[in-house]
Design a protein around this ligand. Structure first.
Ligand code: HEC
Length: 307
């Protein structure tokens, strides 16, 4: 009977309001709920948070790349450069705007000020189209076209030549509505026409999926491995290599995956020593003198460099 009474007081919720010590239970509940709400907020906004962090740029780009739909290169009709250059229709500019928002905003920002979230870690920063100075190719119509055609790859600006000529004209015209850019001259339009044969039509590049690209890369790797292997077979005086490898194929293959060891002795050592048998080398490498390391390294570099 007294047990039963005890049990009842445990579950009698009215007690919570009459006994102050029971309020502690409520406090715990409130804290717990706040933590859950804050956690949910954090997770939902994580994309935004990481967008601003340069470390995450690669993963963002990768995400975008997986969205690429496979497309065979298409034959495009030639365009009338003067017509599209001098008299862009409102439709062309509207298409340009759409394409700008899909492809460029992430880096160049909504208003073209170079302040998009994915541009945060890039050096140089994405161009601010409203600034007059500091352009690499230049801010004329012709130079901007060149940028979209060829990209400025070393600086993080891709080529957009998978877009049609007309689409790229549209994008540039749209950018020109965001910034005060120099007038378009007859000369530069005819230069463009001559340089890129715009009046003649062209074939756009094939666009392939990331999966296929990865496969192609490994096919390339296989080919370059075969090349190095045949080099190895044809080169005399490879004793330094054979003496210190347990499985020459494995060794050549493990070095085939990266390039940075070629110009950097420390990386080379690290790579070999990271897992000696797995990398096809002999345990004897641990006893190599600096001079021997250098001989082994330079021999291997020669085998790969002809490639
Ligand atoms: C991944 C980020 C990124 C994206 C996406 C991007 N750009 Fe850029 N862009 C850059 C960077 C970085 C530069 C600066 C390059 C330099 O200063 O040499 C640049 C420079 C430029 C320039 C100026 C080149 C010069 O002469 O200095 C133009 C024009 C341009 N981008 C157009 C575009 C257009 C149009 C798109 C979309 C179709 C686009 N960019 C998408 C990063 C990006």
């Amino acid at each position: 009977m007294s047990d039963n009474k005890k049990y009842q007081t445990e579950v009698d919720f009215k007690q919570i309001f009459t006994t102050p010590s029971r309020w502690m239970g409520l406090v715990y509940l409130v804290v717990l709920v706040s933590i859950i709400v804050a956690g949910k907020y954090y997770v939902q906004h994580q994309d935004y948070i990481s967008d601003n962090d340069p470390k995450f740029i690669n993963s963002i780009n990768l995400e975008r790349e997986t969205e690429v739909t496979e497309q065979k290169g298409q034959l495009q009709e030639g365009i009338d450069v003067n017509e599209l250059g001098n008299n862009p229709s409102p439709e062309l500019i509207a298409t340009g705007k759409e394409l700008y928002q899909a492809n460029c905003v992430s880096c160049h920002g909504e208003n073209g000020k170079g302040d998009g979230p994915a541009g945060g870690g890039l050096n140089p920063a994405p161009r601010d189209f409203t600034a007059e100075d500091g352009w690499t190719n230049g801010r004329t119509f012709e130079s901007m076209y060149k940028t979209l055609e060829e990209g400025i790859i070393a600086n993080g600006m891709n080529s957009y030549n998978q877009l049609t000529v007309k689409e790229r004209f549209g994008i540039i015209h749209y950018i020109r509505t965001l910034a005060d850019l120099p007038d378009i001259t007859e000369d530069e339009l005819s230069n463009l026409d001559l340089t890129y044969s715009l009046a003649d039509g062209r074939t756009t590049k094939n666009q392939i999926s990331l999966e296929k690209a990865t496969k192609l890369v490994s096919k390339e790797k296989t080919e370059s491995f075969n090349y190095v292997k045949s080099n190895f077979n044809q080169t005399g005086d490879v004793a330094i290599v054979t003496n210190h490898t347990s499985d020459i194929d494995r060794a050549l293959y493990s070095l085939n995956n990266t390039n940075d060891w070629k110009s950097d002795m420390t990386r080379f050592k690290k790579l070999v020593l990271s897992d000696i048998p797995q990398n096809g080398f002999n345990a004897s490498v641990v006893n190599l003198t600096n001079e021997e390391w250098a001989q082994l390294h330079s021999k291997l570099v020669t085998l790969y460099s002809v490639n």
